[in-house]
Design a protein around this ligand. Structure first.
Ligand code: ARG
Length: 277
């Protein structure tokens, strides 16, 4: 556990003070949970508490390409040796063996979990200027028997209903989760998202995609889900990644949708970078 990195949110400039405080608490919980597995959150009984926020437990194998990263982020397997995550989950481009990826399980404490170290990180060079909250993590060795999640290469699937999943907090300020949670969120168009005001007014329409239950809240990604995929079925019925968990004002609040990296905008940059690392 690299606690210096467990506060990926600290580098999201758009965060409110309250969110920073809550994020810090969640990050510490993540650190504690991962350092002493027994202290991780108690196994949620499926369907009992609102769980991502407002979700339910994913089945083993349902989203096989989901990855948990040791700094307290999510990710998706992009090739058999590269994980796609968020730029704000990593420090910089360069050699990096500090990250452990856990793959192949919904239960992070499962004895059948595959754990692979990182060797290299590629952080989107445009993240601080024009946006593009994405990064690639190269693993020490390829993983076998785990499908990858294809990324959207055009905007065709950038609307409709999306699936989100992660081991992050099940409520704002809550603990990291032992079991993968999933939920569905509707697309929110850019102008509606921007008109929510506050940080949303600065939304980068080409680089970011909003999703959430605008009027009611209640379903969302949250701290620790960052870097994980937002995905849906494409026209052929196959899962395709359209977003990367990036930020939000708190979690699951009404009129505060989740904001996701618009993957299709960066698809060719991602592919080019993956080919080089
Ligand atoms: N930036 C957060 C993280 O590091 C994810 C926040 C997502 N927030 C939301 N309301 N959708 O885990």
């Amino acid at each position: 556990m690299d606690t210096g990195r467990t506060i990926p949110l600290a580098d999201k400039r758009n965060f409110s003070m309250l969110t920073r405080v809550l994020a810090g608490a969640a990050a510490l919980a993540a650190a504690a949970g991962l350092a002493t597995p027994a202290a991780a959150s108690t196994p949620p009984s499926p369907g009992a508490e609102p769980q991502v926020v407002g979700g339910t437990r994913a089945d083993q194998g349902e989203f096989p390409w989901m990855v948990r990263l040791s700094m307290g982020c999510g990710g998706a397997l992009y090739t058999d040796q590269i994980v796609l995550t968020a730029a704000h989950c990593v420090d910089r481009t360069g050699a990096d063996s500090s990250i452990t990826a856990t793959l192949g399980v919904v239960d992070l404490q499962s004895s059948s979990a595959k754990k692979v170290r990182s060797t290299y990180v590629y952080r989107s060079p445009t993240y601080d200027s024009t946006g593009g909250d994405w990064a690639l993590i190269k693993l020490a060795s390829p993983v076998s028997g785990i499908p990858t999640l294809p990324i959207a290469k055009n905007a065709d699937n950038n609307s409709g209903t999306f699936t989100i999943a992660g081991w992050g907090a099940a409520q704002e300020g809550g603990a990291q989760q032992r079991y993968l949670l999933k939920a569905e969120v509707p697309f929110v168009d850019d102008s509606t998202c921007q008109s929510q005001g506050g940080d949303y007014a600065d939304l980068k329409p080409d680089a970011e995609l909003c999703a959430g239950k605008l009027d009611t809240g209640g379903v969302d990604t949250c701290q620790g889900d960052s870097g994980g995929p937002m995905f849906r079925r494409d026209g052929a019925g196959e899962w395709i990644q359209v977003g990367i968990v990036s930020w939000g004002d708190g979690c699951a609040r009404a009129h505060a949708p989740g904001v996701y990296t618009e993957v299709s905008t960066f698809a060719s940059d991602i592919a080019a970078a993956a080919g080089k690392i």
